[in-house]
Design a protein around this ligand. Structure first.
Ligand SMILES: NC(=O)c1ccc[n+]([C@@H]2O[C@H](COP(=O)([O-])OP(=O)(O)OC[C@H]3O[C@@H](n4cnc5c(N)ncnc54)[C@H](OP(=O)(O)O)[C@@H]3O)[C@@H](O)[C@H]2O)c1
Length: 332
């Protein structure tokens, strides 16, 4: 019988996760049962939201269980099938996470179009890309002429936000950590790229980039970035509250932004959103995105680590800023 390895959560991390919070187990992979297929993963996704699922507390997704394989996005190839819907060689997108080989009901799997490389469906044409599309166009309703500020701008979501904003005729200010990321932001058309690690005063940097302020903030980071965005906001600015990665590993709650009262006087709209609430619009997103990719208007970067055992380290890299674009793990 075939065997598979999987990465399990061994302990709930305190602060920044450590490699020792995970363990690798070998399990048997029997032939697929009725209505099932067997899938060999090609790429696995590591995503910041997984950190939230490591806490044992209620959230919009249930907590990971200690001793269970890490669930999450992956793309793989069907290697055996017991269902007419999928045949060996088909590429599928799944949520069965950090495993090499597994069986799953065929009906729950999304067959991938060969139009793009399979791992693109974990990034630019997958959940992160759709997060950018929903947050910028539906939640913040960005429009031509807006000044859009994006934090974690060189990451999986941020790189797509910046490019959609340019397509829509916005001026884009992107913030990211380090000169390589700044160079990448310029490459994808960002008008003002800020290296926040080398910038003592983000509010001043934003004022220099756009003296008239910002109309939209795409929030990925929280903390000092949110404070600076509140300072820079023009009246009636819209904030798409996508994530606050700077706080995911906090062991104590952080104080809120000291300038939150600006929301009142500036009549700001801050709206949180979760991309999965919008999955019914996946078709519209994919139509836009494949068009932009085909016409060369959207490009992307990936940072790829190799092998199942690399998954915990690749995940930890997200919190150290060691990825440019989508962070992935390649198998086989
Ligand atoms: N609402 C939703 O449905 C949804 C869906 C997907 C993602 N998200 C959120 O979107 C954000 C981006 O996710 P992603 O998948 O695109 O990840 P990502 O941006 O590819 O990777 C994370 C990046 O965050 C930055 N970062 C990490 N710790 C930081 C800190 N303490 N201060 C400032 N920056 C820090 C790093 O970039 P730098 O080197 O530039 O610091 C790092 O590369 C996250 O907040 C995530 O939770 C939300």
């Amino acid at each position: 019988m075939a065997q598979s390895r999987e990465v399990r959560l061994k302990s709930r991390p305190e602060g920044v996760p450590k490699a020792s919070d995970f363990e690798i187990a070998t399990v048997e992979a029997p032939p697929p049962g009725p209505g099932e297929v067997q899938v060999r993963n090609l790429f696995m996704s590591v995503d910041p939201y997984m950190r939230g699922r490591m806490y044992d507390r209620p959230s919009y997704v249930p907590p990971f269980q200690i001793g269970a394989a890490m669930e999450g996005g992956a793309v793989g190839e069907v290697v055996a099938s017991n269902d007419p819907a999928l045949k060996p060689g088909d590429l599928v997108s799944t949520m069965f996470g950090w495993r090499e080989l597994f069986n799953a009901p065929a009906q729950g799997l999304q067959k991938l179009s060969p139009a793009l490389p399979p791992q693109a469906y974990l990034g630019v044409a997958g959940m992160p890309g759709m997060t950018a599309w929903v947050g910028l166009l539906k939640i913040a309703a960005a429009k031509e002429g807006d000044v859009v500020f994006v934090s974690a701008a060189a990451g999986a979501v941020g790189q797509v936000v910046c490019q959609i904003a340019k397509i829509k005729g916005c001026k884009v200010i992107g913030s990211a950590g380090g000169p390589d990321k700044v160079a990448y932001l310029k490459e994808i058309g960002v008008d003002h790229a800020i290296d926040y690690r080398a910038t003592p005063d983000l509010t001043r940097a934003l004022a220099e980039a756009s003296p008239k302020g910002i109309d939209v903030y795409f929030e990925n980071v929280g903390g000092a970035h949110l404070e600076a965005a509140l300072n820079a906001a023009r009246p009636f600015a819209r904030f798409a509250m996508c994530g606050m990665i700077s706080q995911y590993n906090d062991t104590e709650p952080q104080p809120g932004p000291s300038n939150l009262m600006l929301v009142v006087g500036k009549r700001l709209r801050l709206e949180g959103f979760i991309v999965s609430d919008h999955f019914a619009e996946m078709g519209a997103f994919l139509q836009d995105m494949t068009g932009w990719i085909t016409s060369g208007k959207v490009k992307w970067r990936e940072t790829i680590d190799q092998g199942l055992e690399a998954a915990p380290g690749a995940f930890i890299k997200l919190f150290k800023g060691e990825n440019i674009g989508k962070m992935l793990v390649k198998l086989s």
